[in-house]
Design a protein around this ligand. Structure first.
Ligand code: AMP
Length: 623
């Protein structure tokens, strides 16, 4: 998704210490200025950055080390001797995970100086959807990093313009949302990366241009009440129906949630269009309502009738195309765990291309898709070499670490190889394992292009929740004692994310032995569902309770022998009998079908799990 804005060019120009030979183009500044209206210049910039990927990466590492040599973190490994070189960095600074740097970040959250990890002030903390100890991981962010993000966003439209004409002749209908934030003990704000970006001046005060015109006013995007925000944004999207050239959200799950919301609210939305104002009983946020009323500024019964006519057709196949007939594509991420939503998007989109434009995280924004109209399964991301310093741990196909697996540089990865991404950022992360497994699909100039394979350890995901086998085991273990009154035990379990309806939900197959007396067990089983949910991490619980982007967890009790049948199936597909272990998550339709045929009872969580915004551990306070 793109949020275009012009930004000042960083002063940290690389040119002054450029060692290129006369035949290659000069290196651009570290954060190049990029005017999306000058498409040719933006595309040329991509060519230069990728052609000189190795040089750019060397400069990035040099800059990070020069800037941060005095931080406590780097001094711990590199000593006080001033600037270190790349060789010393790789030899002495360890590859780390969040747990290794958590105390540094939490100390900053509690008032310790940024110089623990960064010479530039840490201005906020970004709450990742990856969790540690059940709570979102916190990633450091600096003011300058917003320029770097803006630079990446600015490249998206010129790339798209290469493939789709006329995007300047209307608006983008992007359904974008902010999430709650907290203020840490030291006064730093902690919030998700997109909330941070949408609240920044880079987004709010983006210069007006045909490419930055969205159907949603900023006030609707920034409305803290997610229901009102959704209602307001859909109302504006419908009111500006004739102008919409592209529709989207960040992730596929969010876009489908909007379609579902529309299914439930189109009559009220049409009433508002007919009346020429947002219903004040629904949109109570004054700033949001004023902004929406300025869009829906006059009664338009004809438009309301036309929308109602489309929405009242029995099947919603192709509804996006029917409601917004000028739309050229749906701009949502459909790679990684979001691929499960492709069939539904194709259904509602009526064949509109699905476009995954970028690959980014709370740690850093990484790359863009240079061939946005490629089919979802063919999407590859080109990592932009100026965003951070990249390294790659060679892994097995399934993401399993290879003992003493090599760590290689960006330009040294091999086509076909599987790697885990490691980054050194401008914001204070050094040789940090992001947890994503990528496969090299090819090269664009000297820069590799990656297919997103999966996230390490994640077995279940519906929205931004990321549940590992361990998380699931812990939650199931916590729920098991509730079975005691039934006199039975949990013999086997496995799970899958059911995304056939919106919102999706987790399904657990449980084989209980001895089988419980069914009428008496319904209450206990519902309580088990709720207990499993209560035991899952904070991001899952936020999706369930605040965002409502995940539906109630379901346990399907299966008949005795069901898991033997699953084993038989796995063995028939090539698993070794001796080494067989029940998979804790299943995806293959045949595996799901084997258990599904043996379901004897279905139970849903009867309680929304408790969630409250992150608490930064006060015990880690430094001041
Ligand atoms: P977060 O840390 O919550 O910002 O989530 C970032 C993570 O989302 C990444 O590390 C990936 O696992 C996932 N992600 C982001 N962009 C994409 C993409 N284009 N395709 C697949 N997964 C993605």
């Amino acid at each position: 998704m793109d949020h275009l804005t012009m930004t000042s060019t960083s002063e940290n120009a690389l040119d002054h210490h450029d060692d290129h030979d006369a035949s290659s183009p000069a290196l651009p500044p570290m954060i190049p200025g990029c005017d999306p209206h000058d498409g040719a210049a933006c595309l040329e910039l991509i060519e230069v950055l990728t052609a000189r990927a190795g040089d750019v990466q060397r400069r990035v590492l040099g800059e990070v080390l020069a800037m941060n040599a005095g931080t406590d973190y780097l001094r711990r490994f590199l000593g006080d001797g001033g600037e270190a070189d790349a060789a010393a960095f790789k030899e002495r600074v360890p590859v780390v995970e969040y747990e290794d740097v958590k105390t540094y970040i939490e100390r900053i959250a509690n008032g310790a100086p940024s110089s623990l990890i960064s010479s530039k002030p840490i201005t906020e903390l970004l709450t990742s959807s990856g969790t540690s100890g059940g709570q979102p991981k916190l990633m450091p962010a600096t003011e300058e990093e917003l320029d770097r993000k803006t630079f990446l966003y600015n490249l998206l439209v010129p790339v798209m313009n290469k493939y789709v004409e006329g995007l300047d002749e209307g608006r983008g209908m992007y359904l974008l949302f902010v999430k709650p934030e907290i203020t840490t003990a030291s006064g730093l704000v902690a919030r998700p990366v997109l909330t941070s970006y949408y609240k920044s001046r880079h987004f709010r005060r983006r210069p007006d241009s045909p490419y930055t015109r969205y159907t949603s006013p900023n006030e609707a995007i920034l409305c803290p009440d997610s229901r009102q925000s959704m209602y307001a944004q859909l109302l504006c999207g419908l009111a500006r129906r004739g102008e919409v050239l592209r529709a989207g959200a960040v992730f596929a799950s969010a876009f489908l949630r909007a379609v579902k919301f529309l299914e439930g609210h189109w009559r009220a939305l049409c009433d508002d269009i007919r009346a020429g104002r947002a219903d004040p009983a629904v949109v109570t946020d004054a700033a949001c309502r004023d902004a929406v009323d300025a869009v829906v500024s006059r009664p338009d019964p004809d438009l309301a009738d036309a929308i109602a006519a489309e929405c009242s057709v029995g099947s919603w196949r192709g509804i996006v195309r029917r409601l917004w007939p000028r739309t050229k594509y749906i701009d949502v991420i459909v790679t990684g765990s979001m691929a499960q939503y492709i069939p539904l998007l194709e259904f509602y989109g009526g064949g509109l291309p699905l476009v995954s434009t970028m690959y980014a995280s709370s740690e850093c924004y990484f790359g863009i898709n240079l061939r946005p109209l490629d089919r979802p399964e063919d999407v590859v991301y080109t990592l932009l070499p100026n965003m951070c310093y990249y390294e790659f741990i060679k892994v097995e196909k399934d993401g399993e670490e290879i003992r003493d697996g090599e760590v290689v540089d960006l330009i040294d990865v091999e086509v076909g190889g599987y790697y885990e991404l490691v980054v050194t950022t401008f914001t204070g992360l050094y040789r940090y394992r992001v947890g994503d497994i990528l496969q090299v699909a090819g090269f664009h100039n000297a820069a590799p292009q990656f297919r997103f394979v999966h996230r390490r350890n994640v077995v279940l995901s519906v929205d931004t929740d990321k549940t590992s086998e361990d998380d699931l085991l812990r939650a199931v273990t916590a729920a098991k004692p509730l079975l005691d009154p039934l006199g039975c035990v949990l013999a086997e379990y496995t799970a899958y994310a059911d995304t056939s309806s919106i919102p999706g939900h987790y399904v657990l197959f449980w084989e209980l032995t001895p089988p419980p007396p069914s009428p008496a067990s319904a209450r206990v089983m519902a309580a088990c569902c709720a207990a499993v949910e209560a035991g899952l991490d904070a991001v899952y619980r936020r999706c369930r309770s605040r965002d409502r982007s995940v539906g109630p967890l379901e346990i399907r009790a299966v008949a005795p022998g069901a898991f033997d049948a699953l084993m038989d199936l796995c063995v028939s597909h090539g698993s070794s009998v001796n080494q067989y272990k029940t998979p804790r998550c299943i995806k293959h339709p045949d595996a799901i079908a084997v258990l599904e045929h043996r379901v004897v009872g279905r139970f849903f969580s009867d309680a929304v799990p408790h969630w409250e915004p992150l608490k930064v551990d006060a015990a880690a306070a430094d001041t």
